[in-house]
Design a binder for this molecule. Structure first.
Ligand code: ADP
Length: 189
């Protein structure tokens, strides 16, 4: 299964992606986690992206595409979380998967309002202490989501590939809705 999960910050993407990965035995490819690991390691990549993450800005498209190409090489299935975030990234992903004849099976969208996103991220900040969960960085990330990532959502919607799920339900309810959507496309847990 090749699954893409989209949604704003705080929509529960990471939580749900981890559950899907466990249930379907595919890797959870989360770009944010990749960057946080690189920052923690103090690697060259980490040093480069650290200030970008702290501001809540986006890592440049060309670097993103290169990293994802390397990460997905040789993977038959995955749950992709955090990429693509811009239209050029989405175009690059489609081209990459077309090239190897392995298109996405499903594109999921977790829908939540900005108010809910904001409340959840501020709560997460208290619990996890992510530096990009400071109020200014959160606002910046949500702004960039609306400006740059929503056009990606619309692109998949126009292609009829998008399955939207109400992300304001409980974690288990959202997981149930996702499971039903995946069954529709023939996935087997
Ligand atoms: P969130 O969805 O809560 O903003 P993530 O953990 O997915 O957080 O990503 C954290 C940060 O990593 C982003 O704010 C951004 O700086 C960087 N990042 C992750 N994925 C991408 C991407 N596809 N394009 C550009 N930057 C990215």
């Amino acid at each position: 299964m090749r699954i893409l999960i989209l949604g704003p910050q705080g929509s529960g993407k990471g939580t749900q992606a981890k559950r899907i990965a466990g249930a379907y035995g595919v890797p959870h490819v989360a770009t944010g986690d990749m960057f946080r690991a690189a920052v923690a390691d103090g690697s060259e990549l980490g040093l480069r992206v650290r200030p970008i993450l702290e501001r809540g800005d986006l890592v440049p498209d060309d670097l993103m595409v290169e990293l994802i190409r390397a990460r997905l090489a040789g993977e038959d299935g995955f749950v992709l979380d955090g990429f693509p975030r811009t239209v050029p990234q989405a175009e690059a992903l489609d081209a990459m998967l077309d090239e190897i004849g392995k298109p996405l099976d499903v594109v999921l969208l977790l829908e939540v309002s900005d108010d809910v996103s904001l409340a959840r991220l501020l709560g997460r900040r208290a619990a996890e202490g992510r530096t990009d969960d400071a109020p200014d960085a959160i606002r910046n990330r949500l702004r960039l989501y609306h400006e740059l990532t929503e056009p990606v959502v619309e692109r998949y919607r126009e292609e009829g590939r998008l399955v939207a799920v109400d992300g304001e339900q409980t974690v288990d309810e959202v997981a149930g809705a996702i499971e039903a959507a995946l069954e529709q496309v023939g996935a087997q847990a």
